[in-house]
Design a protein around this ligand. Sequence first.
Ligand SMILES: [Zn+2]
Length: 181
Amino acid sequence: MVANSFETLKKVIEDNSEADHFFRAVHEWGVVAVEEDPLQEGECVCGQQDLRYMYTIQNRHNGRTLEYIGSTCVEHFESSELNLQITTFRGLFDLRKKIIAGERIFLEADFSRDILRWLYEAGAFPANRFNNNNGENDYLFLLDMFNKHIKDNITQPQQRKIWGLLNYTVKPFVSNHPALG
Ligand SMILES: [Zn+2]
């Protein structure tokens, strides 16, 4: 265990980034994967131990990856974008856990705008005859339904379409995705 974990984190990030200074270098990094260590024996690059949720980050400029970063260490980055990505990956992880356990999933309870966006960008919605050969239509449909403030305004056909997309498109994609645990 190192004495000053923030100094270690700073050095690891600076050594692996294009920018020289930590607070400029942090903007080069994004979260690309999450894993859980149920025994809480994960270790952060800064030396902090006993991590349960372990995130892999990747540098957009040089492609390097670092594993692992703990969710509390990410706060040192002072990057709202990175914090949001941690929240999104944790949400995706929890979603996958529910799916694997065979629990029911719900659009309003188990998703967020960022989770839907991640799914779309990761290729969860393939083109098919139900979405006019454009997967973006499925993403935009789910986003539209998620954004509805009054859920009663969702019609029966829309509810069936949501159910179909969650069960036949999202579930297999999330349960088999290598970045989600
Ligand atoms: Zn750390």
